[in-house]
Design a protein around this ligand. Sequence first.
Ligand code: NAI
Length: 461
Amino acid sequence: MAQDYIVKDIALAAYGRKELDIAETEMPGLMALREEYGKSKPLSGSRIVGSLHMTIQTAVLIETLVALGADVRWASCNIFSTQDHAAAAIAEGGTPVFAIKGQSLEEHWDYLDRSFQFPEGANLILDDGGDATLYVLLGARAEAGEDLGVATSEEEEVIHAQIKKRMEETPGWFTKTRDAIKGVSEETTTGVHRLYDLVKKGQLPFPAINVNDSVTKSKFDNKYGCKESLVDGIRRATDTMMAGKVAVVMGYGDVGKGSAASLRGAGARVKVTEVDPICALQAAMDGFEVVLLEDEVDKADIFITTTGNKDVIRIEHMRAMKDMAIVGNIGHFDNEIQVASLKNHKWTNIKEQVDMIEMPSGNRIILLSEGRLLNLGNATGHPSFVMSASFTNQVLAQIELWTKGEQYKNEVYILPKHLDEKVARLHLGRIGVKLTKLDKDQADYIGVAAEGPFKPEHYRY
Ligand code: NAI
């Protein structure tokens, strides 16, 4: 059979495999699912398209899905986040993967398209940020005769061109694919926002499981994950001394909390901006000064966006920054920083994913990963252990959609609390946690079952 993968260098597979072996020892949730379901193979017959950062941790996820019976094809959801040795190991293992660190936008959307091309068609999506879902739904709308309108960004232009190409090559493909998809599980806050928006507009054609809002995902990966990987990204990119520097973190949601803690842990003096009074109060009571970006823009050394919003750091901000200020984003998309409006400035590439850009004043800024999520672009994303919790939720969500999908409406669901608690439980042993057991009397007194769930739905952790 012709080669059915696109990776940087298949010879990296042996190195990737060694790192995979190490990651497995740090991903007890995924390994426990292999143990529990490896024989019964509940995902048999499923054909899963994955659109999620092609890292070592994701490779362990992919091999878990395969061990549970799934047929899998994979693309990365970001042009800079692939770890080429991880992709090579997966390709060599026989799972088609289309991902290269530093791929162009055209390649990115072409690779996503290729990850859908199962001979018998895909029937499940595992998404991160919603691009795989967007591709199918937008294409189906175009096939129904809807004008996609004028592209408002370079990326939108590329998406429209890719859709046109697929429509010409395989007429009716998008509609057929959409109708065959049994459901999507979504990894991140930004993708989840898109799904709820589709429901509001009556445009979600299949059930969705919001993995992000499992407690064992957003309160761990978004928070403790960023706590480790933000500073890792800044260091690998710049080698800057963090201690004593002034850093501004925009947004104090889960990612902002982890990011501010990360910088503080490295000795930076951290300030926070927020629009939500609750998160602003949390930041203040966690000991961070809550400020306006405008007041800090010419004083701080490091600026990090974590909002999932757009146009947070604007061109006028960057023009007012100190010489050699570091600017980066850890939210899902690059539009948190107005990178497009820097295009006509003088760029000097320092190394991969690190650019120095000269402002009209002569001051320069260091921009990380062209404004794309820097913990994956400049470093290797979150560590395995925390990704194990996220991905254990992903696998449970895929099993649920595949085996019970017809019991769900075309809405967005969160996994039940007993599964959330199960995911946490699977990670306790690895770090030596001893859990106290409730006796019957105590359980009755606080109104829960002795074996859980331990909290009501409205509890916020
Ligand atoms: P969140 O909703 O918990 O937090 C975002 C915060 O930003 C909110 O508190 C909001 O009030 C605030 N905000 C919005 N607009 C703002 C503005 N103009 N100025 C200041 N603050 C503003 O979302 P979460 O879970 O923290 O995710 C944030 C982003 O990070 C999303 O795009 C998500 O997909 C992404 N993400 C990235 C990860 C990574 O590894 N790089 C991991 C997990 C999530």
